[in-house]
Ligand binder design. Structure first.
Ligand code: NAD
Length: 502
């Protein structure tokens, strides 16, 4: 069994306490790796290493091309090791090999993108049109790294989330302390090895593991940290924002969602039925941008649900490493219990259970945390199963009368991460998309993301963006320089106004 260490200041170390725990494969309950159980003291050591590397080390001062070369080398290794990493991620998280294979491919591509972007971050002057005062002064803006970034990530996409955090922070010259979720720490610890192997200087990347409450608070409140970047639940996001307020840190938050998936009455069912399953059941529904509220017109409702239920009942559950498996286990016993609790809540609220709603058992499934794909009809938007993020294979179907009503239902949520519209008429779908208060909208698609476009949430789904120029900008401070080139005192406007008149 692999024995991982914390990675602090370029060294692989045990937690100060010497404590460890085991990461468990949710498919069969077997331990797959030994993980250090760090504490606030380890977080403090990691933050101090990152501070030193930022204040005194080469990384923030290195030419963008040089940083790019090192990050690019790491991206190359990720590409070479795609298959191994996909397998590891499946064992750690229960994600099917099809999902983790896609993640491993995307993680390598995304890191290569950030390597390319690093070339642009050299502290070079950026001119702003109209800022110069001809012959009198020259003025410009430079982008500088923000400093020490504390990064906290969730368990649902452990590998990609680590890349989404490390990539932009490193490309722009920051130093980092990253903490993965306790349930799925393996890929972040593998990335520590990669950073070490390619020669990223000591202290630039520090990876620590341990309890979220204690270590997360230490990272969020620490006076030597400049920025906190968090992906996880809205509840913890709120806590982080409150704790970061004490030192007024820069904060970006990628939080929960309750995506509204609107099937218009002219949708092509050939794509919309499968597409709605893809939108809500991918990775057992443990995806922030999932379309977990399906909105069907009264005319379509019964037929559409019937087709979905047939397909959901036929979905193949089993070993995540088997390519034929469509649904793996949810991430842990605790998550399985939480999902089944929501099923009970839905029933109690009066929603109608059309399929699933129970643990899946029989044969190999007995050992794992399997939940049958579940669909509720008769859901109203005031029910908890329509308002709260369940984060499991549970879909709530809502019936609408008019397009306006569908839009109103979609927007009646504290969340605003994602939405989707299915229609044969793209103009019509675009009008509906324009009315949705969410950071991403898909038309006849779901889950498609590009590292070149910003991703993030309206409302309580988040603060700030990842990816695109905006995502890189979240890791930069802007410094504006005004340099007065006037040769004489008389040319300085403030002199007359203040000094000369005394
Ligand atoms: P979580 O909020 O429970 O934990 C996320 C991370 O925060 C973990 O590393 C955890 O250890 C740490 N943490 C826990 N308590 C903390 C505290 N008090 N202070 C600081 N850190 C703390 O989330 P999760 O269950 O790991 O992941 C699922 C959630 O993540 C869902 O809500 C999902 O929507 C969200 N998510 C959002 C996005 C996005 O891009 N918007 C992407 C993936 C997941």
């Amino acid at each position: 069994m692999e024995d991982y260490k914390l990675y602090i200041d370029g060294k692989f170390e045990n937690a100060e306490s010497g404590d460890t725990y085991k990461s468990i494969n949710p498919y069969n309950g077997e331990a797959i790796a030994t993980i250090p159980q760090g504490s606030a003291r380890d977080a403090d050591r990691a933050i101090r290493a990152a501070r030193k590397a930022f204040d005194e080390g080469p990384w923030p001062r290195m030419a963008g091309e040089e940083r790019s070369a090192l990050i690019g080398k790491a991206a190359g290794l990720l590409k070479e090791r795609m298959k191994d990493y996909a397998r590891l991620e499946s064992l750690d998280s229960g994600g099917t090999i099809n999902k983790t294979g896609a993640d491993a491919f995307l993680a390598a591509r995304q890191l290569a993108f950030f390597a390319e972007q690093a070339k642009r971050f050299n502290g070079e002057p950026e001119e702003i049109p109209g800022l110069q005062r001809e012959g009198r002064s020259f003025n410009y803006v430079i982008r500088e790294p923000m400093g020490v970034c504390a990064q906290i990530i969730p368990w649902n996409f452990p590998y990609m989330m680590a890349i989404w955090k490390l990539g932009p922070a490193l490309a722009t010259g920051n130093t980092v302390v990253l903490k993965p979720a306790s349930l799925t720490p393996v890929m972040a610890l593998e990335l520590a090895r990669v950073c070490d192997e390619v020669g990223i200087p000591p202290g630039v990347v520090n990876i620590i593991t341990g309890p979220g409450g204690e270590m997360g608070a230490a990272m969020t409140e620490h006076p030597l940290v400049d920025k906190v970047a968090f992906t996880g639940s809205t509840e913890v996001g709120r806590d982080i924002m409150a704790k970061a307020a004490g030192t007024l840190k820069k904060v970006t938050l990628e939080c929960g969602g309750k995506g509204a998936n609107i099937v218009l009455d002219d949708a092509d069912w050939d794509v919309a039925v499968d597409g709605s399953i893809w939108a809500s059941f991918y990775h057992q529904g443990q995806v922030c941008e999932s379309g977990t509220r399906l909105m069907l017109s009264a005319k379509d409702h019964d037929g559409f649900v019937e087709q979905m239920v047939d397909k959901l009942n036929a979905m193949k559950m089993g070993d995540p490493l088997d390519k034929e498996t469509q649904l793996g286990p949810v991430v842990s016993e605790g998550q399985m219990k939480s999902v089944l609790d929501y099923v009970a809540i839905g029933k109690g609220e009066g929603a109608k259970l059309m399929c699933g709603g129970a643990r899946a058992t029989g044969g190999d499934l007995d050992k794992g945390c399997f939940v049958r794909p579940t669909l509720f009809t008769g859901v109203t938007n005031d029910m908890r199963i329509a308002r709260e993020e369940i984060f499991g294979p549970v879909l709530a179907v809502l019936k609408y009368g008019s397009e306006d009503e569908a839009v109103a239902l979609a927007n009646d949520s504290i969340y605003g991460l994602s939405g989707g519209v299915w229609s044969r008429n793209i103009d019509r779908a675009r009008k509906v998309a324009g009315r949705l208060r969410t950071g991403t909208v898909w038309i006849n698609e779901w889950h498609m993301l590009s590292e070149r476009a910003p991703f993030g949430g309206y409302k309580q789904s988040g603060v700030g963006r990842e990816f695109g120029d905006e995502g890189l900008g979240e890791y930069c401070e802007l410094k504006t320089l005004y340099i007065d080139d006037a040769k004489t005192r008389e040319n300085k406007p403030w002199y007359d106004m203040v000094v000369a008149r005394g």
